[in-house]
Design a protein around this ligand. Structure first.
Ligand code: KG4
Ligand code: ZN
Length: 347
């Protein structure tokens, strides 16, 4: 405790960001240090798991020291340690979990293991101080594409999910195919702004009309085939073509995500007539500028309140884990020191 505030120290190391944060009373960021390995993995065209774990090991000491220093606290002020224990890359997760357990044990501080996806949703509570469950959610990341109903701080019902790749994975693969490289999502986001979203008619994959599920393998193959045909006909994929493919792919994918999310929201509205529905977005792809724009326009039209974290809280960070850990602990959840990383932890 410091100045009467309950302090959570939170660790996130599930992929290629080593991040440690100090959170006061669950929703206030005192520090949120993020050490990204993007430059390192760019050389390889994607995250190399073994290299990611090694860099987590190299960075975690200074990230820890800086998180406490920036927050203006010492480890003796900390009331709770939170840590992502899955899903993610096993070797990367283990670094955060081992470190968090060591700190919790050495200082006799309660420990809470956090599901990374729960963390993404919790990012919304940090900047939207009056947001409380229940609300609808759209979780779009490198590993997930889900329409959910958040029923409590640490509980949600899954309404729709991807049947193959996640949306972020599709962005990353398409970026590679058209020569943009890693990290694909932010690059497509930027390049697509210069392109024509109607240049190429990629099929919108709605699956069953009433279903809330998604599929991305088809569009990925369609882009690969398109690029292949261009190359065979001797067409060079210059910047203009790159931008058109990026914009057309993005529009096809986002049309479906936005339509299905709105469909689920309309259904939920019918169950609660007269109430203002809230929709929260989460995950790395939630930082996509076109998606934010499209969803905001539709929500305005339908009278739905849309909440989205700032881009820095959409991608992986310790602050969101601290917020989720706080609400878990308040609900009576804590973890033993035998907490283990689980790379395939379910939502
Ligand atoms: O949530 P996140 O940081 O890590 C996971 O939990 O997966 O999400 C990473 C994913 C990557 O696929 C990345 O390409 C995508 O989010 N992403 C974006 C943008 N920023 C990150 N996709 C589209 N537009 C963006 N601006
Ligand atoms: Zn994530």
């Amino acid at each position: 405790m410091k100045d009467g505030k309950f302090l959570t120290l939170a660790f996130e190391s599930s992929c290629d960001e080593t991040s440690i944060a100090v959170i006061a009373d669950g929703r206030e960021i005192l520090s949120n240090v993020i050490s990204s390995q993007i430059d390192i993995h760019t050389k390889f065209g994607g995250v190399v798991p073994e290299i990611a774990s090694r860099h987590h090991l190299q960075n975690i000491d200074w990230v820890y020291a800086q998180a406490l220093e920036e927050a203006g606290v010492t480890i003796d002020d900390i009331d709770l340690v939170g840590v992502t224990y899955g899903p993610g890359l096993i070797g990367a997760l283990l670094v955060g979990v081992a470190y968090a357990k060591a700190v919790a044990w050495a200082k006799d501080i309660p420990l809470v293991g956090v599901n990374h996806m729960q963390g993404h949703i919790s990012a919304n509570y940090i900047e939207h101080k009056d947001l409380e469950p229940p609300f609808m959610g759209l979780v779009v990341s490198g590993g997930h594409t889900n329409i959910i109903k958040v029923t409590d701080y640490n509980k949600c019902d899954i309404i729709g999910q991807t049947l193959d790749d996640a949306i972020g994975e599709a962005y990353d693969k398409v970026a590679r195919v058209i020569g943009l490289g890693y990290p694909g999502g932010p690059k497509i986001d930027r390049v697509a702004k210069q392109g024509n979203p109607e240049a190429i008619e990629f099929k919108r994959v709605y699956m069953d009309k009433d279903s809330y599920d998604f599929s991305y393998s088809g569009i990925k193959t369609a882009v690969i085939n398109h690029v292949h045909q261009l190359k065979q006909s001797g067409t060079e994929i210059d910047e203009k073509l790159q931008a058109d493919i990026a914009a057309s792919f993005q529009q096809a994918v986002l049309d479906v995500v936005v339509d299905k999310t709105m469909m689920a929201c309309e259904k939920e509205k019918e169950n609660h007539p007269g109430e203002k529905l809230k929709l929260a977005m989460a995950g790395g792809v939630a930082s996509n500028s076109r998606l934010r724009e499209m969803l905001q326009a539709r929500c305005d039209q339908e009278g739905i309140e849309l909440v989205i974290p700032s881009p820095v809280l959409c991608t992986d960070n310790g602050a969101m884990i601290g917020c989720a850990a706080y609400y878990l602990y308040k609900a009576g959840v804590s973890s033993d020191l035998d907490l283990d990383a689980n790379s395939k932890l379910e939502f």
